[in-house]
Design a protein. Structure first.
Length: 161
């Protein structure tokens, strides 16, 4: 019996690879860096990541820029919130992959916020809206459950030694 292919999530189509179905058509400008989603300049070359930890498997998702400040901020917020509620459900994810993914996105976010406001979008392109900050997204607080469990587990091991 074949395993069904994973279903695309809501961010897969919004951040599709350039030239693929669902990606914004952004004309190439030689020698300049324009946002891959809306075509605005300036843009920073960053990679935004998400991690999904399952009991026995993991899923990694990476979206490469360049991104302007608003589009990049929207990507960081969406993929960070996704990692916070889906990234902790395997032992390796809890200890290694989710924390590193969150730190990686923090560095990407800082690089994006250092950009000046973007110029106009490319003809026919739409700029992403940032949406709610991560701390205002209820699903981001699901991460508290595995963190409390990890603290309880480590504390129990230390007190029994």
């Amino acid at each position: 019996m074949a395993t069904p292919a994973p279903q695309p999530t809501h961010f897969d189509s919004a951040y599709a690879a350039p030239g693929s179905p669902g990606a914004a058509h952004v004309p190439a400008h030689p020698g300049t860096s324009a946002c891959r989603l809306c075509g605005a300049q300036p843009a920073a070359q960053v990679a935004v990541r998400a991690h999904q930890g399952l009991l026995l498997m993991m899923r990694f998702h990476k979206v490469d820029g360049p991104f302007c400040r608003p589009c990049g901020t929207a990507a960081v917020r969406e993929l960070t919130a996704t990692t916070l509620w889906q990234g902790w459900w395997s032992p390796f994810s809890l200890v290694f992959f989710s924390p590193f993914t969150l730190v990686w996105n923090l560095f990407a976010s800082r690089k994006l916020t250092a950009l000046p406001p973007p110029g106009p979008t490319a003809p026919g392109a739409t700029r992403l809206q940032g949406g709610k900050p991560v701390h205002q997204r209820p699903l981001a607080y699901v991460a508290i459950i595995p963190l409390v469990w990890a603290v309880w587990f480590i504390t129990g091991m230390i007190t029994h030694v």
